[in-house]
Design a protein around this ligand. Sequence first.
Ligand code: GDP
Ligand code: MG
Length: 433
Amino acid sequence: MAYGPLHPGLHCRLNPQSPLRVWQPQAISHRQQQFNNSTPNNSTINNNHYLCKIKPHNTAAAMEHEHFENQEHEWESNLKVTEGVEGPIQVNPNALERMKRNQQQLMPLEWYVNGILKGDRVALSKAITLVESALPKHQDLAQQIIAACLPHAGKALRLGITGVPGAGKSTFIEALGVHLCNKGQKLAVLAIDPSSQRSKGSILGDKTRMETLSVHPNAYIRPSASAGTLGGVARKTRETIILCEAAGYDTIFVETVGVGQSETAVHSMVDFFLLILISGAGDELQGIKRGIMEMADGIAVNKADGDNVMRANRAAAECRNALHLFPLPESGQETKVLTCSALTGFQIDEVWQMVADHVQAIRDNGYLYKKRAQQDVQMMYDSMDSALKNDFYQNQLVADLLPLVESDVRGQRMSAYIGAQQLLDAYFNILKR
Ligand SMILES: Nc1nc2c(ncn2[C@@H]2O[C@H](COP(=O)(O)OP(=O)(O)O)[C@@H](O)[C@H]2O)c(=O)[nH]1
Ligand SMILES: [Mg+2]
Protein backbone atom coordinates (compact mmCIF):
# COMPACT_ATOMS: atom_id res chain seq x y z
CA MET A 1 0.00 0.00 0.00
CA ALA A 2 1.51 3.33 -1.02
CA TYR A 3 1.17 6.28 1.28
CA GLY A 4 2.07 9.83 0.55
CA PRO A 5 2.67 12.42 3.28
CA LEU A 6 0.12 14.95 2.13
CA HIS A 7 -0.53 16.53 5.49
CA PRO A 8 1.31 16.37 8.85
CA GLY A 9 0.17 13.19 10.53
CA LEU A 10 -1.88 12.23 7.56
CA HIS A 11 -0.95 9.53 5.10
CA CYS A 12 -3.03 9.05 2.08
CA ARG A 13 -3.38 6.66 -0.78
CA LEU A 14 -4.93 8.03 -3.91
CA ASN A 15 -6.93 5.93 -6.23
CA PRO A 16 -4.82 5.98 -9.46
CA GLN A 17 -7.98 6.25 -11.56
CA SER A 18 -9.26 9.17 -9.59
CA PRO A 19 -9.44 12.50 -11.36
CA LEU A 20 -9.44 14.11 -7.93
CA ARG A 21 -5.87 14.43 -6.78
CA VAL A 22 -6.00 17.62 -4.80
CA TRP A 23 -6.73 17.70 -1.15
CA GLN A 24 -8.71 20.54 0.23
CA PRO A 25 -7.03 21.76 3.43
CA GLN A 26 -10.31 22.65 5.19
CA ALA A 27 -11.66 19.23 4.43
CA ILE A 28 -8.57 17.64 5.91
CA SER A 29 -8.55 19.66 9.08
CA HIS A 30 -12.25 19.00 9.52
CA ARG A 31 -11.70 15.31 9.08
CA GLN A 32 -8.71 15.36 11.37
CA GLN A 33 -10.85 17.06 13.97
CA GLN A 34 -13.39 14.34 13.51
CA PHE A 35 -10.66 11.79 13.99
CA ASN A 36 -9.32 13.46 17.16
CA ASN A 37 -12.76 13.64 18.63
CA SER A 38 -14.13 10.29 17.74
CA THR A 39 -11.55 7.77 16.55
CA PRO A 40 -8.70 6.92 18.89
CA ASN A 41 -6.55 4.84 16.55
CA ASN A 42 -7.19 4.65 12.89
CA SER A 43 -9.61 6.20 10.61
CA THR A 44 -10.34 5.79 6.98
CA ILE A 45 -11.99 8.20 4.65
CA ASN A 46 -13.38 6.90 1.47
CA ASN A 47 -15.50 9.02 -0.75
CA ASN A 48 -15.15 6.72 -3.76
CA HIS A 49 -12.25 8.76 -5.06
CA TYR A 50 -9.59 8.07 -2.54
CA LEU A 51 -8.75 6.03 0.50
CA CYS A 52 -7.14 7.79 3.37
CA LYS A 53 -5.69 6.72 6.61
CA ILE A 54 -4.92 9.07 9.48
CA LYS A 55 -1.82 8.32 11.50
CA PRO A 56 -2.07 8.88 15.26
CA HIS A 57 0.28 11.30 17.01
CA ASN A 58 1.40 9.55 20.22
CA THR A 59 4.06 6.86 20.18
CA ALA A 60 2.04 4.04 21.71
CA ALA A 61 -0.75 4.61 19.31
CA ALA A 62 1.80 4.92 16.50
CA MET A 63 3.21 1.46 17.31
CA GLU A 64 -0.24 0.07 17.35
CA HIS A 65 -0.75 1.84 14.07
CA GLU A 66 2.38 0.18 12.58
CA HIS A 67 1.10 -3.20 13.67
CA PHE A 68 -2.24 -2.37 12.19
CA GLU A 69 -0.65 -1.20 9.00
CA ASN A 70 1.12 -4.52 8.46
CA GLN A 71 -2.19 -6.30 8.32
CA GLU A 72 -4.58 -6.39 5.45
CA HIS A 73 -7.78 -4.54 6.23
CA GLU A 74 -11.00 -3.86 4.59
CA TRP A 75 -11.30 -0.08 4.52
CA GLU A 76 -14.57 1.38 5.52
CA SER A 77 -15.86 4.87 5.18
CA ASN A 78 -16.42 6.93 8.28
CA LEU A 79 -18.23 9.52 6.21
CA LYS A 80 -21.85 8.66 6.58
CA VAL A 81 -23.77 9.67 3.53
CA THR A 82 -27.49 9.74 3.89
CA GLU A 83 -29.22 8.76 0.72
CA GLY A 84 -31.04 11.68 -0.85
CA VAL A 85 -34.76 11.81 -1.26
CA GLU A 86 -35.97 12.16 -4.80
CA GLY A 87 -37.67 15.51 -5.22
CA PRO A 88 -41.09 15.94 -6.77
CA ILE A 89 -41.22 16.18 -10.57
CA GLN A 90 -40.85 19.83 -11.55
CA VAL A 91 -42.70 19.68 -14.84
CA ASN A 92 -45.92 17.89 -15.59
CA PRO A 93 -44.81 14.99 -17.86
CA ASN A 94 -47.98 15.32 -19.92
CA ALA A 95 -47.29 18.99 -20.51
CA LEU A 96 -43.71 18.12 -21.49
CA GLU A 97 -44.98 15.56 -23.99
CA ARG A 98 -47.46 18.09 -25.39
CA MET A 99 -44.72 20.71 -25.69
CA LYS A 100 -42.46 18.29 -27.56
CA ARG A 101 -45.32 17.38 -29.92
CA ASN A 102 -46.04 21.07 -30.53
CA GLN A 103 -42.40 21.76 -31.22
CA GLN A 104 -42.21 19.00 -33.77
CA GLN A 105 -45.49 19.92 -35.38
CA LEU A 106 -44.94 21.79 -38.60
CA MET A 107 -47.09 24.77 -39.45
CA PRO A 108 -48.03 25.80 -43.00
CA LEU A 109 -45.48 27.93 -44.88
CA GLU A 110 -47.67 31.06 -44.68
CA TRP A 111 -47.81 30.85 -40.90
CA TYR A 112 -44.04 31.22 -40.67
CA VAL A 113 -43.65 33.82 -43.41
CA ASN A 114 -46.54 36.05 -42.28
CA GLY A 115 -45.41 35.76 -38.67
CA ILE A 116 -41.83 36.69 -39.51
CA LEU A 117 -42.86 39.63 -41.66
CA LYS A 118 -45.04 40.87 -38.80
CA GLY A 119 -42.03 40.63 -36.47
CA ASP A 120 -43.50 37.77 -34.44
CA ARG A 121 -40.69 36.27 -32.34
CA VAL A 122 -42.37 32.88 -31.96
CA ALA A 123 -42.63 32.43 -35.72
CA LEU A 124 -39.06 33.67 -36.14
CA SER A 125 -37.69 31.30 -33.49
CA LYS A 126 -39.57 28.34 -34.92
CA ALA A 127 -38.31 29.13 -38.42
CA ILE A 128 -34.73 29.37 -37.14
CA THR A 129 -35.19 26.00 -35.45
CA LEU A 130 -36.18 24.57 -38.84
CA VAL A 131 -33.11 26.17 -40.43
CA GLU A 132 -30.95 24.50 -37.78
CA SER A 133 -32.66 21.12 -38.07
CA ALA A 134 -30.95 18.32 -39.95
CA LEU A 135 -34.24 16.59 -40.89
CA PRO A 136 -34.86 16.76 -44.65
CA LYS A 137 -38.56 17.74 -44.26
CA HIS A 138 -37.55 20.59 -41.92
CA GLN A 139 -34.85 21.67 -44.33
CA ASP A 140 -37.31 21.71 -47.25
CA LEU A 141 -39.71 23.94 -45.36
CA ALA A 142 -36.84 26.13 -44.09
CA GLN A 143 -35.65 26.73 -47.64
CA GLN A 144 -39.15 27.76 -48.72
CA ILE A 145 -39.38 30.19 -45.80
CA ILE A 146 -35.98 31.66 -46.66
CA ALA A 147 -36.97 32.06 -50.30
CA ALA A 148 -40.13 33.91 -49.26
CA CYS A 149 -38.22 36.13 -46.82
CA LEU A 150 -35.31 36.93 -49.13
CA PRO A 151 -37.01 39.89 -50.89
CA HIS A 152 -37.55 41.49 -47.46
CA ALA A 153 -33.98 40.96 -46.26
CA GLY A 154 -30.71 42.78 -46.83
CA LYS A 155 -31.54 46.12 -45.25
CA ALA A 156 -29.85 45.63 -41.90
CA LEU A 157 -26.38 46.63 -40.85
CA ARG A 158 -24.46 43.44 -40.17
CA LEU A 159 -21.68 43.73 -37.62
CA GLY A 160 -19.30 40.85 -36.87
CA ILE A 161 -17.50 40.91 -33.53
CA THR A 162 -14.41 38.86 -32.85
CA GLY A 163 -11.68 38.70 -30.23
CA VAL A 164 -10.02 36.21 -27.92
CA PRO A 165 -12.23 34.71 -25.18
CA GLY A 166 -12.34 37.17 -22.29
CA ALA A 167 -11.70 40.22 -24.47
CA GLY A 168 -15.14 41.46 -23.47
CA LYS A 169 -17.20 40.75 -26.62
CA SER A 170 -20.37 39.85 -24.75
CA THR A 171 -20.03 42.76 -22.34
CA PHE A 172 -19.45 45.04 -25.33
CA ILE A 173 -22.56 43.66 -27.07
CA GLU A 174 -24.60 44.28 -23.93
CA ALA A 175 -23.32 47.87 -23.63
CA LEU A 176 -23.67 48.79 -27.30
CA GLY A 177 -26.84 46.76 -27.77
CA VAL A 178 -28.72 48.41 -24.91
CA HIS A 179 -27.56 51.80 -26.20
CA LEU A 180 -28.90 51.08 -29.70
CA CYS A 181 -32.14 49.47 -28.50
CA ASN A 182 -32.85 52.46 -26.25
CA LYS A 183 -32.51 54.65 -29.34
CA GLY A 184 -35.25 52.56 -30.97
CA GLN A 185 -33.15 50.26 -33.14
CA LYS A 186 -34.11 46.61 -33.39
CA LEU A 187 -31.15 44.34 -32.72
CA ALA A 188 -30.63 40.63 -33.29
CA VAL A 189 -27.60 39.00 -31.67
CA LEU A 190 -26.39 35.72 -33.14
CA ALA A 191 -23.31 33.70 -32.39
CA ILE A 192 -21.19 31.43 -34.47
CA ASP A 193 -19.71 28.63 -32.49
CA PRO A 194 -18.62 25.44 -34.20
CA SER A 195 -17.52 24.05 -30.84
CA SER A 196 -20.92 24.49 -29.27
CA GLN A 197 -21.85 20.85 -29.73
CA ARG A 198 -19.61 20.28 -26.76
CA SER A 199 -20.28 23.45 -24.82
CA LYS A 200 -23.98 23.44 -25.74
CA GLY A 201 -23.88 27.00 -27.02
CA SER A 202 -21.77 29.26 -24.89
CA ILE A 203 -23.90 32.27 -25.75
CA LEU A 204 -26.53 30.73 -23.49
CA GLY A 205 -24.14 31.43 -20.64
CA ASP A 206 -23.56 34.85 -22.16
CA LYS A 207 -27.25 35.60 -21.90
CA THR A 208 -26.59 36.13 -18.22
CA ARG A 209 -23.87 38.62 -19.21
CA MET A 210 -26.39 40.30 -21.49
CA GLU A 211 -28.85 40.68 -18.65
CA THR A 212 -30.47 43.95 -19.71
CA LEU A 213 -30.26 43.26 -23.41
CA SER A 214 -31.83 39.81 -23.23
CA VAL A 215 -35.05 41.23 -21.78
CA HIS A 216 -35.12 44.37 -23.92
CA PRO A 217 -38.21 44.37 -26.17
CA ASN A 218 -36.13 45.56 -29.14
CA ALA A 219 -33.51 42.82 -28.84
CA TYR A 220 -33.56 39.23 -30.01
CA ILE A 221 -30.73 36.99 -28.81
CA ARG A 222 -30.35 33.61 -30.40
CA PRO A 223 -27.87 31.01 -29.18
CA SER A 224 -25.67 29.71 -31.95
CA ALA A 225 -26.60 26.84 -34.19
CA SER A 226 -24.91 23.85 -32.67
CA ALA A 227 -24.78 21.39 -35.50
CA GLY A 228 -21.55 19.91 -36.65
CA THR A 229 -18.98 21.47 -38.89
CA LEU A 230 -18.10 25.12 -39.18
CA GLY A 231 -19.40 25.17 -42.77
CA GLY A 232 -22.80 23.96 -41.61
CA VAL A 233 -22.95 26.40 -38.71
CA ALA A 234 -21.88 29.29 -40.96
CA ARG A 235 -24.59 28.49 -43.50
CA LYS A 236 -27.24 28.33 -40.81
CA THR A 237 -26.10 31.64 -39.33
CA ARG A 238 -26.28 33.29 -42.77
CA GLU A 239 -29.80 31.97 -43.25
CA THR A 240 -30.74 33.12 -39.76
CA ILE A 241 -29.54 36.63 -40.67
CA ILE A 242 -31.97 36.63 -43.62
CA LEU A 243 -34.89 35.63 -41.37
CA CYS A 244 -34.00 38.24 -38.73
CA GLU A 245 -33.78 40.97 -41.36
CA ALA A 246 -37.16 39.98 -42.78
CA ALA A 247 -38.54 40.18 -39.23
CA GLY A 248 -37.54 43.84 -39.12
CA TYR A 249 -34.26 43.72 -37.20
CA ASP A 250 -32.21 46.59 -38.60
CA THR A 251 -28.97 45.74 -36.81
CA ILE A 252 -27.48 42.27 -36.63
CA PHE A 253 -24.53 41.38 -34.42
CA VAL A 254 -22.70 38.12 -35.03
CA GLU A 255 -20.29 37.16 -32.28
CA THR A 256 -17.55 34.59 -32.77
CA VAL A 257 -17.70 32.28 -29.83
CA GLY A 258 -15.50 29.48 -31.07
CA VAL A 259 -11.87 30.01 -31.81
CA GLY A 260 -9.85 29.59 -34.97
CA GLN A 261 -11.58 29.60 -38.29
CA SER A 262 -14.89 31.00 -37.08
CA GLU A 263 -13.46 34.50 -37.68
CA THR A 264 -13.23 33.81 -41.41
CA ALA A 265 -16.78 32.49 -41.41
CA VAL A 266 -18.15 35.58 -39.65
CA HIS A 267 -16.10 37.88 -41.86
CA SER A 268 -17.80 36.30 -44.87
CA MET A 269 -21.29 37.32 -43.71
CA VAL A 270 -21.00 40.84 -42.28
CA ASP A 271 -20.60 44.42 -43.49
CA PHE A 272 -18.19 45.45 -40.75
CA PHE A 273 -15.80 43.18 -38.94
CA LEU A 274 -14.84 44.53 -35.51
CA LEU A 275 -11.84 43.11 -33.69
CA ILE A 276 -11.91 43.56 -29.92
CA LEU A 277 -8.49 43.53 -28.32
CA ILE A 278 -7.26 43.90 -24.77
CA SER A 279 -3.92 45.18 -23.64
CA GLY A 280 -1.60 42.55 -22.26
CA ALA A 281 1.77 42.83 -20.63
CA GLY A 282 3.67 44.78 -23.23
CA ASP A 283 3.73 42.63 -26.33
CA GLU A 284 0.23 43.63 -27.30
CA LEU A 285 0.27 42.33 -30.81
CA GLN A 286 1.80 39.02 -29.98
CA GLY A 287 -0.49 36.13 -30.62
CA ILE A 288 -2.85 38.08 -32.84
CA LYS A 289 -2.73 36.57 -36.24
CA ARG A 290 -1.86 39.00 -38.98
CA GLY A 291 -4.73 37.55 -41.00
CA ILE A 292 -7.31 38.67 -38.43
CA MET A 293 -5.84 42.17 -38.26
CA GLU A 294 -6.07 42.33 -42.04
CA MET A 295 -9.68 41.19 -42.01
CA ALA A 296 -10.73 43.78 -39.42
CA ASP A 297 -12.53 46.92 -40.61
CA GLY A 298 -12.02 48.47 -37.19
CA ILE A 299 -10.34 47.66 -33.90
CA ALA A 300 -11.54 48.46 -30.38
CA VAL A 301 -9.04 48.09 -27.55
CA ASN A 302 -11.40 47.26 -24.71
CA LYS A 303 -11.02 47.56 -20.92
CA ALA A 304 -9.67 51.10 -21.12
CA ASP A 305 -10.74 51.82 -17.56
CA GLY A 306 -9.20 52.17 -14.10
CA ASP A 307 -5.44 51.86 -14.12
CA ASN A 308 -5.56 50.09 -17.46
CA VAL A 309 -6.13 53.26 -19.50
CA MET A 310 -2.44 53.89 -20.20
CA ARG A 311 -1.84 50.34 -21.30
CA ALA A 312 -4.90 50.39 -23.54
CA ASN A 313 -3.70 53.63 -25.16
CA ARG A 314 -0.28 52.11 -25.74
CA ALA A 315 -1.83 48.97 -27.25
CA ALA A 316 -3.96 51.12 -29.56
CA ALA A 317 -0.87 53.08 -30.68
CA GLU A 318 1.02 49.84 -31.39
CA CYS A 319 -1.95 48.60 -33.41
CA ARG A 320 -2.03 51.75 -35.49
CA ASN A 321 1.69 51.39 -36.18
CA ALA A 322 1.27 47.80 -37.26
CA LEU A 323 -1.66 48.70 -39.53
CA HIS A 324 0.49 51.27 -41.36
CA LEU A 325 2.44 48.34 -42.77
CA PHE A 326 -0.67 46.83 -44.34
CA PRO A 327 -1.93 47.91 -47.75
CA LEU A 328 -5.14 49.98 -47.87
CA PRO A 329 -8.12 47.57 -47.64
CA GLU A 330 -10.25 46.92 -50.72
CA SER A 331 -13.07 48.94 -49.14
CA GLY A 332 -10.95 52.06 -49.55
CA GLN A 333 -11.42 52.80 -45.85
CA GLU A 334 -8.54 52.87 -43.40
CA THR A 335 -8.82 50.55 -40.42
CA LYS A 336 -9.44 52.73 -37.37
CA VAL A 337 -8.32 51.87 -33.86
CA LEU A 338 -10.16 53.16 -30.77
CA THR A 339 -9.97 52.45 -27.07
CA CYS A 340 -13.17 51.80 -25.13
CA SER A 341 -14.57 50.26 -21.99
CA ALA A 342 -17.56 47.98 -22.25
CA LEU A 343 -17.79 48.06 -18.48
CA THR A 344 -18.00 51.84 -17.98
CA GLY A 345 -19.41 52.68 -21.40
CA PHE A 346 -16.40 54.85 -22.27
CA GLN A 347 -16.26 55.50 -26.05
CA ILE A 348 -18.86 52.82 -26.87
CA ASP A 349 -20.77 55.47 -28.79
CA GLU A 350 -17.58 56.39 -30.71
CA VAL A 351 -16.99 52.77 -31.67
CA TRP A 352 -20.55 52.62 -33.03
CA GLN A 353 -19.96 55.88 -34.91
CA MET A 354 -16.85 54.33 -36.47
CA VAL A 355 -18.94 51.36 -37.63
CA ALA A 356 -21.80 53.50 -38.95
CA ASP A 357 -19.43 55.90 -40.78
CA HIS A 358 -17.57 53.02 -42.40
CA VAL A 359 -20.74 51.31 -43.58
CA GLN A 360 -22.11 54.62 -44.91
CA ALA A 361 -18.86 55.22 -46.78
CA ILE A 362 -18.84 51.78 -48.42
CA ARG A 363 -22.53 52.16 -49.24
CA ASP A 364 -21.68 55.46 -50.96
CA ASN A 365 -18.67 54.10 -52.86
CA GLY A 366 -20.55 50.96 -53.92
CA TYR A 367 -18.21 48.56 -52.16
CA LEU A 368 -20.97 47.28 -49.85
CA TYR A 369 -22.96 45.84 -52.77
CA LYS A 370 -19.86 44.27 -54.26
CA LYS A 371 -18.96 42.77 -50.91
CA ARG A 372 -22.45 41.36 -50.33
CA ALA A 373 -22.52 39.94 -53.86
CA GLN A 374 -19.17 38.26 -53.22
CA GLN A 375 -20.51 36.88 -49.95
CA ASP A 376 -23.58 35.47 -51.72
CA VAL A 377 -21.41 33.76 -54.31
CA GLN A 378 -19.24 32.40 -51.51
CA MET A 379 -22.39 31.10 -49.82
CA MET A 380 -23.35 29.34 -53.04
CA TYR A 381 -19.97 27.60 -53.21
CA ASP A 382 -20.06 26.72 -49.52
CA SER A 383 -23.54 25.22 -49.93
CA MET A 384 -22.38 23.11 -52.86
CA ASP A 385 -19.29 21.99 -50.97
CA SER A 386 -21.28 20.86 -47.97
CA ALA A 387 -23.99 19.18 -50.11
CA LEU A 388 -21.37 17.23 -52.09
CA LYS A 389 -19.55 16.22 -48.95
CA ASN A 390 -22.78 15.08 -47.28
CA ASP A 391 -23.76 13.01 -50.30
CA PHE A 392 -20.32 11.38 -50.37
CA TYR A 393 -20.23 10.48 -46.69
CA GLN A 394 -23.87 9.35 -46.60
CA ASN A 395 -23.32 6.93 -49.48
CA GLN A 396 -23.67 3.40 -48.14
CA LEU A 397 -20.74 1.97 -50.11
CA VAL A 398 -18.47 4.78 -48.96
CA ALA A 399 -19.63 4.30 -45.38
CA ASP A 400 -18.80 0.56 -45.64
CA LEU A 401 -15.43 1.04 -47.32
CA LEU A 402 -14.22 3.97 -45.28
CA PRO A 403 -13.22 2.12 -42.08
CA LEU A 404 -11.37 -0.56 -44.10
CA VAL A 405 -9.42 1.94 -46.17
CA GLU A 406 -8.75 4.09 -43.12
CA SER A 407 -7.37 1.10 -41.26
CA ASP A 408 -5.07 0.28 -44.22
CA VAL A 409 -3.81 3.85 -44.35
CA ARG A 410 -3.31 3.92 -40.59
CA GLY A 411 -1.40 0.63 -40.74
CA GLN A 412 0.87 1.94 -43.53
CA ARG A 413 -0.42 -0.71 -45.90
CA MET A 414 -1.76 1.88 -48.30
CA SER A 415 -0.76 5.43 -49.08
CA ALA A 416 -3.17 8.20 -48.09
CA TYR A 417 -3.49 9.32 -51.69
CA ILE A 418 -4.34 5.82 -53.01
CA GLY A 419 -6.84 5.36 -50.16
CA ALA A 420 -8.64 8.60 -51.03
CA GLN A 421 -8.61 7.69 -54.73
CA GLN A 422 -10.13 4.27 -54.10
CA LEU A 423 -13.00 5.75 -52.10
CA LEU A 424 -13.63 8.47 -54.67
CA ASP A 425 -13.51 5.94 -57.55
CA ALA A 426 -16.05 3.74 -55.77
CA TYR A 427 -18.33 6.77 -55.26
CA PHE A 428 -17.99 8.06 -58.84
CA ASN A 429 -18.70 4.59 -60.26
CA ILE A 430 -21.99 4.49 -58.35
CA LEU A 431 -22.90 7.94 -59.68
CA LYS A 432 -22.22 6.80 -63.27
CA ARG A 433 -24.53 3.80 -62.97
N1 GDP B 1 -12.38 46.21 -16.53
C1 GDP B 1 -13.12 45.78 -17.55
N2 GDP B 1 -13.55 44.51 -17.59
C2 GDP B 1 -14.29 44.11 -18.64
C3 GDP B 1 -14.63 44.99 -19.70
N3 GDP B 1 -15.36 44.30 -20.61
C4 GDP B 1 -15.48 43.04 -20.14
N4 GDP B 1 -14.85 42.92 -18.95
C5 GDP B 1 -14.76 41.71 -18.13
O1 GDP B 1 -14.02 40.73 -18.85
C6 GDP B 1 -14.56 39.44 -18.60
C7 GDP B 1 -14.87 38.73 -19.92
O2 GDP B 1 -15.90 39.43 -20.58
P1 GDP B 1 -16.82 38.74 -21.70
O3 GDP B 1 -17.73 39.80 -22.18
O4 GDP B 1 -17.42 37.49 -21.21
O5 GDP B 1 -15.74 38.36 -22.80
P2 GDP B 1 -15.92 37.47 -24.13
O6 GDP B 1 -15.41 36.12 -23.79
O7 GDP B 1 -15.05 38.14 -25.14
O8 GDP B 1 -17.37 37.48 -24.49
C8 GDP B 1 -15.79 39.64 -17.71
O9 GDP B 1 -15.43 39.36 -16.41
C9 GDP B 1 -16.13 41.10 -17.90
O10 GDP B 1 -16.75 41.64 -16.76
C10 GDP B 1 -14.17 46.34 -19.61
O11 GDP B 1 -14.40 47.19 -20.47
N5 GDP B 1 -13.41 46.68 -18.52
MG1 MG C 1 -18.74 35.93 -24.95
